[in-house]
Design a protein around this ligand. Sequence first.
Ligand code: SIN
Ligand code: FE2
Length: 221
Amino acid sequence: MSGPTADLFADDALQQPAGREQIGEESYVLRGYALPWIERLLPELRRVLAQSPFRQMVTPGGFTMSAALSSCGELGWTTDPRGYRYSPLDPRSQQPWPVMPDALRQLAEAAATEAGFSDFLPDACLINRYVPGAKMSLHQDKNERSYSAPVVSVSLGLPAIFLFGGHERSDKTQKVSLFHGDVVVWGGVDRLRFHGVMPIKAGEHPVMGAQRINLTFRTAG
Ligand code: SIN
Ligand code: FE2
């Protein structure tokens, strides 16, 4: 193909389709939704991480997770050999997790509304850091007290392939490419669907460097 129409099919046009893509009955990818927030969000995130730095945690099965974790908000998700749970204290410092910055909370609430969940009140923001090779195995988010609120997931930095499955671990998964600024929201009938992230490919993101950071907002308590 040549001429002006060829530009429409250029690689980056294909990689970053704009708008809202439905990936389930009550699940959406909001392409680039976080981009206008990023300048406000990054300094806040830096402050949170200075207080509660990334650390690698161990699963009850004895495996060290490849993604490094932190949290902000009233509750933070943790794992150790005793189990998975939400805790009001950072186990590293035994102090409360950093307060959820307004920019993060507002972004999460706005994205939830955009996806049809208009009264989302997150009390937990899990922050995952993936270096190249790190992944997240298929799992359900089910340590929250109620499943009436959606999960809002913000992607920053290197691209990822998000696996969106069904209600059984063995169900077929959709592969959804996620880029810097994309937000995924799943809730309602989709709230307990299995999901995961394939190993991150090596690369250098112009804003975030050689990493992917994912923020997942939930109502946990
Ligand atoms: C998660 O399920 O906790 C993380 C999902 C992601 O990194 O996109
Ligand atoms: Fe999850």
